[in-house]
Unconditional design. Structure first.
Length: 345
């Protein structure tokens, strides 16, 4: 479902190799405008000052829209996704509606208790691994363990400098491996590309990660100008900005994208058998909003900025590309701001 391309800013998965299509021109144009503008702003000292805030917001919305347009027009078609049977009461209509009602209730509950999804995701992971235990391969477990170790080593500075609580730090890491495996199993059923690593396509995994990094440079610059990573004064070694973003990139993209998006789509798909795009839209919105609400800040900031302008692009790039694209996107978003902290320190 994914093929390599040599065209600049044209990630693997493109349906055409033609350069001059409206969605490609829009993406390349907005990538250049946003990147150049933000670099100039950063050199002018606007970081965390509030200057050019309206201009930055306009650039971010414009780039995200261009990215959405490009991703929607390229990559695997929704029509290629297989039909799925209802999980509960398959012979009754209500069996298709129960997951829709439950997810809708969880979506509303997330606004009042953002942490409610964590134990539910853990229970869902355990249940899937038990039910589909015969399909679990040793290679998937070893790969999940490998990415967990990478995330642990990368996240140690967070823990050592008390930036993250011990229980939260360990709790998130412990379930990376099970969720990586469960997310891979879900992807096989939903028809998503899922993870290139899980499928054993290691070269494509590297290429996908690099494309994800490239596509999210503008959003990383915008986050940096807004004051991202401010207060992380312990970033005083050159290697920390390069290694540290692996923690959030792996952990959050495993929880919120590889597992949560796949799980939501798997549950919702039977209710929208004739319109699978609706199930995809609901899945990526649920992932993006709950992702945003799990961060700090005002409700408006968590909903609009972290949810729709960061979480949603990462969810869409996962569905239209793969998990490695999403990890690269998350990595680059955090790496640029962490690098800026190092330069300031």
């Amino acid at each position: 479902m994914i093929e390599e391309s040599k065209a600049p800013l044209t990630p693997p998965g493109s349906d055409k190799r033609v350069w001059f299509t409206p969605h490609r021109i829009a993406l390349i144009t907005m990538w250049l405008i946003t990147t150049v503008s933000l670099v100039v702003m950063l050199f002018s000292g606007v970081r965390n000052t509030g200057q050019f805030r309206v201009e930055r917001d306009i650039l971010q919305v414009a780039y995200v829209l261009a990215l959405f347009w490009y991703l929607i027009r390229t990559g695997p078609s929704v029509k290629q996704l297989p039909d799925l049977s209802p999980l509960l009461l398959p012979r009754l209509r209500i069996g298709k509606l129960i997951p829709v009602i439950v997810i809708a209730l969880l979506f509303v509950a997330a606004f009042f208790a953002p942490g409610i999804q964590l134990p539910l995701l853990i229970l869902a992971t355990i249940w899937i691994l038990i039910v589909w235990r015969r399909e679990i391969g040793l290679s998937a477990v070893l790969l999940g363990l490998a990415v967990t170790i990478i995330a642990f080593l990368a996240g140690l500075p967070f823990y050592q400098n008390q930036y993250i609580g011990k229980g939260f730090f360990i709790g998130l890491l412990v379930f990376v491996m099970p969720m990586f495996v469960a997310g891979g199993l879900l992807s096989k059923r939903t028809g998503f590309v899922g993870s290139q690593l899980y499928a054993g396509r290691f070269k494509k995994a590297v290429v996908s990660f690099l494309w994800g990094c490239l596509l999210f440079i503008p959003l990383g610059l915008i986050a940096t100008a807004a004051g991202g990573s401010i207060g992380m004064t312990w970033v005083n070694r050159w290697w920390i900005p390069l290694s540290q973003p692996w923690y959030s990139g792996i952990v959050e993209e495993t929880w919120h994208r590889l597992f949560l998006v796949s799980l939501c789509y798997w549950l919702l798909r039977p209710a929208f058998s004739k319109h699978p795009a609706i199930a995809i839209v609901c899945a990526v919105l649920f992932s993006a909003i709950t992702f945003g609400l799990g961060h700090g800040g005002t409700l408006l900031y968590r909903l609009l900025i972290m949810g729709l302008l960061y979480g949603l692009p990462m969810a869409v790039i996962f569905v239209k590309r793969d998990w490695e694209h999403a990890v690269g996107a998350h990595y680059m978003t955090n790496m640029i701001s962490t690098l800026m902290v190092f330069l300031e320190t």
